[in-house]
Design a binder for this molecule. Structure first.
Ligand SMILES: Nc1ncnc2c1ncn2[C@@H]1O[C@H](COP(=O)(O)OP(=O)(O)OP(=O)(O)O)[C@@H](O)[C@H]1O
Ligand SMILES: [Mg+2]
Length: 381
């Protein structure tokens, strides 16, 4: 199902969490982006991989403990417990024998249990009875995270990694960079839970939209060997008709350069589309910037002028930034005092001492200066 639209009949073997068969296909145009469709029928293996790929990844921090609390052997078995529903798109599986509709079950309108989210943070429920109806069953990424409802809004709370727990603080300063530069972004705020810093951001998907990852956009066509990853991505967005994607990607890569983001893989950006009309709306507001700013390095390794590893189009930031051909939009004056704002954020955390804070603030300021030099060079057409 795609909201209320029946897309295709599937057979799921719940004992192995597998898509074992595809029956009638009603609306092939609604088949998830990136799954090959031939003669109006989706590729079963690709559809199976897509379904399994909705589950919490094996790399999720604390997953083993969570599965013990939840008494399931694999995160894939959680998928059918929430009909495969997510807070990042509108796909779900409706059991053939259950008279339920989208309105009855979607997580945008209906409350959900925090049992899975709490288990992912290592907490067993007070109640022996577990409620597995949760959008956390279909959440991606390696950091601990859970969805909550606060003042009627769906918020994603996300932790950091020891010993610095710096990722949530980085999300906040990255939001500040983008706020200052006028780049569409997902604003993250800092919150605390049992002395652990967490970032909190609102769901940027609504019940009318789907987030489609750049990965799924990328695989809508084969990349020829001589074509670069960046060119291939731009060609795919052109073929699909995603508006403004070159401009948005340039801004994202610029921010990534500034904060020395190491982890902009193809699932850390994507595009939004209308889930009803299937019309593309543009790239999603920039999200997931936490794996940056030397989050896992000792203070003496915080070297802003050294080469920094990058993703996804080039492996070095010094090369990746060359893909950005226009910096006219970049107002360096708006970044004045950014290091002081970062210091104010870092000061809030007992995990960051003064030496680390000073090194990080100096490094961020130096990245701004470095970018100034790059932006002053003549840009290729
Ligand atoms: N605000 C949001 N609204 C809707 N979906 C979101 C939002 N934030 C994240 N997501 C979805 O959840 C996934 C995981 O979130 P995120 O990338 O922030 O986690 P992560 O653990 O930092 O990931 P990684 O493994 O890349 O470090 C994203 O890839 C995206 O699909
Ligand atoms: Mg991510």
């Amino acid at each position: 199902m795609h909201r209320n639209t029946a897309v295709a009949e599937l057979t799921i073997d719940e004992t192995v969490a597998a898509v074992t068969g595809i029956g009638d296909v009603f609306r092939p145009e609604h088949i998830p982006v990136g799954i090959p469709v031939s003669g109006g029928r989706p590729d079963r293996k690709a559809l199976h991989d897509w379904w399994i790929g909705r589950a919490i990844p094996a790399s999720r921090s604390g997953l083993r403990e969570a599965l013990e609390i939840l008494r399931v052997s694999s995160p894939q078995f959680l998928l059918t417990r929430c009909y495969g529903l997510s807070l990042s798109d509108q796909y779900w599986l409706k059991p053939a024998d259950k008279p339920i509709g989208w309105a009855d079950v979607n997580f945008f309108d209906n409350p959900f249990s925090e049992d899975v989210g709490n288990a992912l943070f290592g907490r067993a429920p007070e109640d022996a009875e577990l409620n597995l109806m949760s959008p956390d069953n279909t959440s991606d990424g390696w950091l601990k995270k859970k969805w909550i409802i606060a003042d009627g809004k769906r918020l994603l709370l996300k932790g950091g990694s020891p010993p610095n727990y710096q990722e949530p603080l980085n999300e906040v300063i990255a939001s500040a960079v983008m706020r200052r530069l006028g780049i569409p972004h997902t604003p993250y705020a800092l919150t605390w839970d049992r002395e652990q810093p967490l970032s909190a951001c609102e769901d940027f998907v609504t019940k009318e939209t789907d987030l489609v990852s750049a990965w799924h956009i990328r695989v809508t066509g084969n990349k020829a060997g001589h074509v670069s990853e960046y060119r291939h991505f731009l060609e795919r967005r052109e073929a699909l008709g995603i508006p403004g994607a070159r401009e948005s990607a340039g801004r994202m890569l610029t921010v990534d350069f500034l904060i020395a983001n190491q982890d902009r893989h193809f699932n850390n950006f994507g595009a939004l589309r209308d889930a009803g009309t299937l019309e593309w709306l543009g790239l999603a507001p920039v999200f997931d910037c936490g794996t940056s700013l030397w989050y896992d390095q000792n203070p003496h390794m915080i070297r802003p002028l050294a080469e920094q590893a990058s993703k996804p189009f080039r492996s070095k930031h010094s090369e990746q930034i060359k893909l950005v051909t226009d910096f006219d939009w970049l107002d360096f004056g708006a970044l004045d005092g950014l290091d002081e704002e970062y210091a104010g954020i870092l000061e809030q955390s007992p995990y960051i001492d003064g030496a680390r804070r000073d090194a990080l603030c100096f490094a961020l300021k130096t990245r701004v200066e470095l970018l100034k030099d790059i932006a002053a060079e003549p840009q290729p057409e």
